[in-house]
Design a protein around this ligand. Structure first.
Ligand code: FES
Length: 222
């Protein structure tokens, strides 16, 4: 006797068919396996076209800018020159002249009848010698020839000053004795400081022909 609860063979076959269909549907519904990602390399950035120099506008701006700068500098320089010129007129002319007085060492440092050119650059010979009254004095002679202003030279062998321009001669005292010079060399003022040093003052001159060599400021007694 057959079991009424057991499934019939036809039913079993249907069941099998149904399961197979279900599996097919499930298989169709299941998500497909994702394919592996392909790494795409980044596209190379196209290179910028080579810089072919400043643009036309930039060129024009530069050109005008440079000319404007030149013009501005020239204008500023001219204005500065004008201002300086104006300021210059606010101040008087100042002539740089050598000092009119100078120190000539100690009186004891001078030998009698000895002439050297130590102060010739300053325009004087400082000499120790006897004067016409046979006094031992020190005096400062000008180096300017009284003819036309040349500078004589001391000739030690001949004991005289000789002018190279026209041949005038002067004794050690400064008195002219040959050539065209019309009068003796001039003396400068001389004094002795408390410390024994001599000071020559070229701003004061003494002329023998005017009797000024008798002035006590034209010599010092040794
Ligand atoms: S300038 Fe000295 S002799 Fe003429």
């Amino acid at each position: 006797m057959s079991d009424p609860t057991a499934p019939s063979p036809s039913a079993s076959a249907e069941t099998t068919t149904a399961v197979a269909a279900t599996s097919a549907v499930a298989a169709a519904a299941a998500p497909a396996v994702a394919p592996p990602k392909v790494v795409v390399p980044p596209k190379p950035t196209p290179a910028k076209p080579a810089d072919k120099g400043p643009s036309r506008r930039f060129f024009l701006l530069s050109w005008f800018g440079s000319w404007f700068a030149v013009a501005w500098v020239a204008f500023s320089a001219s204005m500065l020159a004008m201002v300086l010129g104006t300021v210059r007129f606010l101040f008087p002319n100042v002539l740089s002249e050598p000092p009119t007085s100078f120190r000539a060492g100690e009186a004891t440092g001078y030998e009698e009848n000895k002439v050297d050119d130590k102060f010739k650059e300053q325009g004087a010979w400082v000499i120790r010698a006897k004067d016409e009254r046979n006094r031992d004095i020190i005096y400062a002679l000008s180096t300017i020839c009284t003819h036309l202003g040349c500078t004589p030279n001391w000739l030690e062998s001949e004991k005289k000053f000789k002018c190279p321009c026209h041949g005038s001669g002067f004794k050690i005292s400064g008195i002219n004795f040959e050539g065209p010079a019309p009068r003796p060399l001039e003396r400068y003022a001389i004094k002795k400081n408390d410390d024994g040093t001599l000071v020559i003052d070229k701003s004061r001159k003494f002329q023998k022909e005017l009797g000024q060599w008798d002035d006590a400021d034209s010599y010092i007694l040794v």
